[in-house]
Design a protein around this ligand. Structure first.
Ligand SMILES: *Cc1c(COP(=O)(O)O)cnc(C)c1O
Length: 815
């Protein structure tokens, strides 16, 4: 290897950057009028930055060439990347030169960055986690490749009409994507439909193959993932579906153009749109096609590279390859790897199984039953006939192991079977993941524990060594350095620069917690960030927050278990107090909600409507004005969170105990100095332990208290015995927030009054109201609050995804 090729050539100084900007603007984009930059300067800048990424991509690959390094493949149906420009500029350390270069065009970096469209290829936490992991892997210099789907339409855009959610398609690629590189040479072929055929090979062995399939091409688009100031660039490979050449030949020749094109559309449908369901499955065939498409294309990609380098020898395959499955969505990879190794590469079942169970690792993300994927056996049989054969065989051999371990325990065999029997038998995807993997992890301490004692208990008893915890994290580059530059500068001035790659160094902020001057600077940064957020809320919601009020924020997907409803009840309670004149001790508060509801989730959508209606009433009442504001920010996404978390005082993490696997929004807020009001759930528990009880507003039932409590308390009794809750419900029931649409909130009231309410809204109301009151009283003591804010950031080091990835690398991936 030429040594020159191992070093970047392009200079980062502003002259060179300005020259490249001109070149891309004029020659690549064909624009000549630099007085009209609209849109194109963003692309020119992205291409200028991309040139630098390309070199480092080449260098990263050159370093790996010829060396046999163990690689990890992160398979995920979602990568919620958000914008890439600002992050790339930060990681390449190009801010200063770019600012200088842009001044020649009288353009400023911030407004150009805002022009970039979010890559919204994910729903929420799970997809954003995958994106944070990619950033950390590159920063740590780990050979990890992401595999996902290049959806033509990402997460829908949300707006409101008369307070109701309206969804619009997100055609994010419409103006092109400057970051992706199409690599048609690595196109793969994915089979669907057809049937299995059994035959004897030349050696007389019984073999199987998948025949008469209808094939779809998988075309890879690579996105560069830069590490932080380390000249490393990793790859995120996203697959796009395309029709095969022969798809339409016959029909085309017969002149049946529209049928021919319909076939083509059918193939391309696979990667057309992201399914907008967070924490629930809808069992649509197209979704299963997406899952198999990702699994098959990615595995073929890896195996084909392996064969190029090693020939048809797989003894060492498991030593050099590891697949991390992000939830059950890609778990068909277990059966697909078996198929490829046996049918296409001639391995025996036993050899293929040994390899598979040494290379697959599965991450569970939820305990909610409605999110546990099951696919109808009939559907799998039709769509993926050969895979169903393999799944049956895996199951038969697995159940033999269970029978051997627990002789005669038939009910256990039924419980553990990969196939749920019944009138419409189903494949249990999580069980396929567990049986086929050497590692099964949850995403926070409590969640991992609940997996082994509840959902996966039988499997834990069989294979305790497979189960482990990896508490989630978020990348401090995007969620601190980039989105809160002023706070970052304050850290750097006080602690040096090391914190960006070693977030545990924030611990040293403790030394400043009682320093009055430091506290003033801390407050000044927060105030500036609150101004930015206030301006955004005015612009998007036409509601003006008072900068001196508590900025109280809950942004996340709308779901009953996340209990936005509890938050709204608190707002109504405050409104009720204020309008009664009971304002003693009340601290002004601005409540911000944001988040999308799955389009088919009626109660979540109604919750949005309720929030908007309550906001209308609250914000238009002059007597309420000094104390309370409520706004619902439309179209919550990564871009908005980058403005929201730096400007937040109080972070709402109020899920029903045992329901939020981890949460990662909680971590972004904590890093940026927000205090948390939260339940004993998910990573809240670890946040609470890190920062100390006195710096966290804890409330609500604990997971182990819920069954006993429910036995002796019904929501209606709780309501009857709580004057405040009774008044709040009466306000909703009497139509105070639905003057023109009487009764529309009836389903919400019913859900609260439901004797079996699994979300425990009435049960946790009182302790929530009390915790909110404590928070407001602490907020009044400015110095106490500031100290607590500093201590929260200081204790947030553990929640860096660098730490999470180091845990994965050490315990699971062994890289
Ligand atoms: C972090 C993040 C999430 C996850 O938030 P939770 O509060 O953990 O549910 C969802 N969406 C976006 C855009 C995020 O940035």
């Amino acid at each position: 290897m030429d040594k020159k090729l191992l070093e970047p050539i392009l200079s980062n100084d502003h002259d060179q950057v300005a020259a490249d900007l001109h070149r891309h603007f004029n020659f690549t984009l064909g624009r000549f009028d630099t007085d009209d930059l609209s849109g194109y300067m963003m692309t020119a800048l992205a291409l200028t930055v991309r040139d630098r990424l390309m070199e480092r991509w080449r260098i990263t690959k050159a370093h790996e060439q010829g060396k046999r390094v163990r690689k990890v493949y992160y398979l995920s149906l979602e990568f919620l990347l958000g914008r890439s420009l600002g992050n790339a500029i930060l990681n390449l350390n190009m801010q200063d030169s770019i600012r200088q270069a842009l001044s020649e065009f009288s353009a400023d970096l911030e407004s150009i960055e805002m022009e970039e469209k979010d890559a919204g290829l994910g729903n929420g936490g799970l997809g954003r986690l995958a994106a944070c992991f990619m950033d950390s892997c590159a920063t740590l210099g780990l050979p990890v490749i992401g595999y996902g789907i290049r959806y033509e339409y990402g997460m829908f855009q949300q707006s409101f009409k008369e307070g109701r959610q309206v969804e619009q398609p997100d055609h994010w690629l419409i103006a092109g994507n400057p970051w992706e590189i199409e690599r048609t040479r690595h196109t793969r072929r994915v089979k669907f439909y057809g049937q299995s055929e059994y035959y004897h090979n030349d050696a007389g062995e019984l073999c199987a193959r998948w025949i008469q399939s209808q094939d779809v091409l998988a075309v890879p688009y690579d996105m560069p993932i830069p590490g932080y100031k380390n000249d490393k660039v990793n790859t995120l490979r996203l697959w796009k579906a395309a029709a095969t050449d022969e798809f339409n030949l016959q029909e085309f020749n017969e002149g049946d153009y529209s049928d021919a094109v319909a076939q083509k559309n059918l193939a391309e449908q696979i990667t057309m749109v992201l399914y907008p369901n967070d924490a629930s499955e809808n069992g649509k065939e197209l979704r299963l096609r997406q899952q198999y498409f990702l699994a098959s294309a990615s595995l073929q990609d890896v195996i084909s590279d392996w064969v190029l380098e090693n020939g048809e020898k797989f003894e060492e395959f498991a030593a050099f390859n590891c697949f991390q499955l992000n939830d059950t969505h890609p778990t068909l990879a277990v059966a697909e790897l078996m198929r490829l190794l046996m049918d296409e590469h001639g391995l025996s079942w036993d050899d293929a199984w040994t390899i598979t169970t040494k290379t697959m690792a599965y991450t569970n993300h939820t305990l909610l039953p409605e999110a546990l994927e099951k696919w109808s056996v009939d559907l799998v049989k039709e769509l993926l006939p050969r895979l169903l054969d393999i799944i049956y065989e895996i199951n038969a051999r697995f159940l033999a192991v269970v029978a051997h371990r627990w002789p005669g325990d038939v009910s256990r065999q039924q419980r553990m079977s990969l196939i749920e029997e019944g009138s419409a038998p189903q494949v249990r995807m999580a069980y396929l993941g567990i049986v086929g993997s050497f590692s099964v992890n949850g995403v926070a301490e409590l969640h991992s524990k609940l997996l082994t004692t509840g959902l996966f208990r039988d499997f834990f008893e069989l294979w305790p060594e497979k189960f482990n915890n990896k508490t989630n994290g978020v990348t401090p580059r995007r969620w601190l350095a980039h989105c809160n530059r002023d706070l970052g500068d304050l850290f750097t001035e006080s602690l040096g620069t090391g914190w960006k790659t070693d977030l545990s160094q924030l611990e040293k902020l403790r030394d400043f917690a009682d320093d009055a001057e430091f506290g003033q600077r801390w407050d000044a940064v927060k105030r500036k960030n609150k101004e930015r957020l206030r301006d955004r809320v005015i612009q998007k919601c036409n509601v003006e927050f008072d900068l001196d009020s508590i900025f109280d924020v809950q942004v996340k997907r709308i779901h009953e278990y996340k209990r936005q409803l509890l938050n709204i009840l608190h707002v109504i309670h405050l409104y009720d107090r204020i309008t009664r004149g009971d304002t003693e001790g009340l601290v002004p508060r601005s409540v911000l909600l944001g988040g999308k509801a799955a389009p088919g989730y009626a109660l979540a959508k109604l919750t949005i409507k309720l929030a908007n209606n309550v906001a209308q009433v609250v914000n238009s009442d002059k007597s309420v004005d000094p104390y309370l504001k409520l706004a619902f920010l439309p179209n919550y996404r990564v871009k908005s969170m980058e403005i929201i978390c730096p400007g937040t005082d109080l972070s709402e993490q109020i899920s029903t105990a045992g329901k939020e696997a981890s949460g990662t929004g909680n971590m972004k807020f904590m890093m940026n100095g927000a205090l948390t009001i939260g339940t004993y759930d998910g990573a809240n528990i670890e946040i609470l332990e890190a920062v100390g009880r006195e710096n966290f507003f804890l409330f609500g039932l604990k997971v182990e208290e819920i069954p006993e409590f429910s036995l002796h308390n019904s929501p209606n009794d709780i309501i009857e015995n709580d004057e405040d809750l009774k008044r709040v419900l009466r306000l909703i029931e009497c139509g105070h927030f639905s003057m023109f649409e009487p009764g529309i909130f009836e389903p919400i009231v019913q859900s609260i009054r439901n004797p079996m309410d699994p979300w425990m809204v009435a049960a946790d109301f009182r302790s929530y109201i009390d915790a909110q009151w404590s928070a407001s009283q602490v907020y009044k003591q400015k110095k106490v609050w500031t100290k607590s804010s500093i201590l929260n950031t200081a204790a947030s080091g553990y929640f860096s995804s660098d730490r999470t990835i180091q845990d994965y690398a050490r315990d699971i991936w062994k890289i």
